[in-house]
Ligand binder design. Structure first.
Ligand code: SF4
Ligand code: SF4
Length: 266
């Protein structure tokens, strides 16, 4: 921790970055995002198992970008999000420096995003066994049982969009679901509108979701919406050769290859 605070303070002192985004203690024993702009503010940085928020969600916000080059404290899921954002031309070396935290909670320094990418590629995205068990259970259901499951889970959603706000990949200035002229997706919270919102969200994240679970952690109703994106990850693995964020990647949902499998289109 001292090493992280020292490094962050040095970067601000040398003006190598203008703001450090990391974690600090919040209320109710939780952590929240810290935006340190002065070296002495980095003393508030913390890092432990409570730090599950995906801080990459802030690097596309104009209020943060306007401050100047960002130094981002990044765990492995946050680094994955950064690389995906780089592949979508949302971040670059001029605007972002990553201070990595390895899965063993060690600080790691990177010269540029290419080094971050090389680090990220040392690890595969693995869905944890409890979630995998739930996905297998859903897979074994009949279509009508599965439909009932999702109606039951998604009907209580009251469209607070905390899941969207917590997701680093939901960075559009204005989301389609907020439009009412034309209204593509019903704005009120009701059975059909909720299903449409969640299907749209999951499809939009196919081949982009880095499986950080920030959306699920942000949901006040603990709706298991991350099961939808995890299903997409498994489908990408099964049908399209898998997903690993890469700066120069061909995007899964926007790239056509003549030998793409089409056996799932029936
Ligand atoms: S959809 Fe959820 S799990 Fe996927 S990147 Fe966004 S916040 Fe993370
Ligand atoms: S955070 Fe939960 S309740 Fe809010 S929109 Fe997302 S799924 Fe619905």
């Amino acid at each position: 921790m001292d090493e992280l605070r020292k490094k962050a303070g040095e970067l601000l002192e040398a003006s190598a970055v203008k703001v450090i985004i990391g974690y600090e203690n919040g209320s109710d024993g939780k952590t929240r995002a810290l935006f340190a702009e002065k070296p002495e503010e980095t003393a508030r940085l913390v890092f432990d198992s409570r730090c599950v928020m995906n801080l990459a969600t802030y690097v596309t916000k104009k209020e943060v970008r306007n401050k100047g080059r960002i130094g981002l404290v990044a765990t492995l899921p946050v680094m994955r999000a950064v690389i995906q954002l780089a592949s979508e031309h949302q971040v670059d070396d001029a605007g972002l420096l990553v201070i990595g935290i390895t899965p063993e909670s060690k600080m790691v320094e990177f010269k540029d995003l290419a080094e971050v990418e090389a680090f990220v590629h040392r690890y595969q995205i693995e869905i944890d066994s409890k979630q995998k068990e739930m996905l297998d259970k859903l897979e074994k259901m009949t279509p009508s049982e599965r439909w009932d499951f999702w109606i039951r889970e998604l009907t209580p959603c009251f469209k607070c969009y905390a899941c969207r706000a917590a997701c680093p990949m939901c960075y559009c200035h204005r989301c389609t679901v907020d439009f009412n002229q034309p209204q593509w997706v019903p704005v009120p919270s009701h059975e059909l509108g909720n299903i449409e919102w969640h299907i749209m969200r999951a499809i939009h994240l196919a081949g982009r979701c880095v499986d950080c679970d920030a959306c699920y952690n942000a949901c006040p109703l603990a709706i298991p919406l991350n099961l939808l994106t995890k299903r997409m990850l498994l489908d990408a693995k099964e049908h399209l050769g898998g997903y690993q964020p890469s700066i120069k990647a061909d995007h899964l949902m926007s790239t056509y290859k003549p030998d793409d499998k089409d056996n799932f289109i029936i």
